[in-house]
Design a protein around this ligand. Structure first.
Ligand code: SF4
Length: 244
């Protein structure tokens, strides 16, 4: 695409769907932005592929959204699971709620339950579409609408949208909304790691709320620092051989 930054979300998605066809899929956790992307994309191609990662710790409301998307848009949601042996080994070594104990264990859990399944899925695709917006967090301020990384093209058609743009689109097109928004959750992830927030709090304050001064990212969109990668690698080595 010649200049994706000047293109609308509809134009970016039209180009991407034509360029990559079935080797493109939308990745979503059924938050508002992901739902807007699905709604726009299905208007262009009703057979667009959609996948989600079921970490094994999702709230029931997210499973309701999988069903809602299947029924509303008539598309099968491809559900990607972590490797059972990897999770079994991690839990046997560190316990099921390891994420509350220290940041590196939380990152290990995100790595095994989210990052590795995503990497396996992406290895089967040429392009993936996400609902990231630059104004969501400081760490997302520089995302491009189209970027090529590790032999795959990542497309963020809503990169320059505001939260008001998202809400406005949802209202105008009657897009289904995750039930946890009505309970005060501004950002939705795994059940044990997400809580409702107060109006004065940052949008990501409800994610891993017990951590202080850490980047509120799981490693899917923002790569952790080299030090954290080394710490997580060491933890992965501890739970081998099942993890590799
Ligand atoms: S969000 Fe929490 S439960 Fe989910 S993968 Fe990350 S640490 Fe594990």
């Amino acid at each position: 695409m010649p200049n994706p930054e000047a293109a609308t979300a509809e134009e970016v998605l039209s180009w991407a769907l034509a360029a990559y066809g079935d080797s493109l899929a939308i990745s979503t956790s059924f938050q508002k932005e992901g739902m807007v992307v699905i709604d726009i994309a299905t208007r262009i191609n009703p057979r667009v592929r959609v996948f989600t990662i079921d970490t094994g710790r999702l709230p029931e409301e997210t499973h309701q959204m999988m069903e809602t998307v299947r029924q509303r848009y008539g598309i099968p949601v491809e559900i990607v699971f972590p490797e059972a042996s990897e999770v079994e080994s991690m839990i046997a070594t560190h316990g099921p709620n390891l994420f509350y104990r220290e940041v590196t264990l939380r990152k290990l859990c995100c790595h095994m339950r989210k990052v590795r399944p995503l990497e396996r899925k992406l290895a089967t695709l040429s392009a993936w579409v996400v609902g990231l917006r630059r104004s969501q967090t400081e760490s997302r301020a520089d995302i491009a609408k189209v970027e090529s990384r590790d032999a795959i093209v990542k497309i963020s058609p809503l990169a320059d949208w505001t939260s008001h743009d998202v809400d406005d689109y949802i209202l105008r097109h009657d897009v289904p909304v995750h039930p946890l928004y009505a309970k005060g959750f501004p950002s939705i992830g795994c059940g044990p790691c997400t809580r409702a927030t107060f109006d004065c709090e940052d949008q990501r304050a409800g994610r891993w709320w017990w951590e202080q001064d850490t980047e509120k990212e799981c490693g899917i969109h923002i790569a952790p620092s080299g030090r954290v990668v080394r710490q997580v690698d060491a933890l992965i080595a501890e739970i081998q051989p099942a993890a590799n």
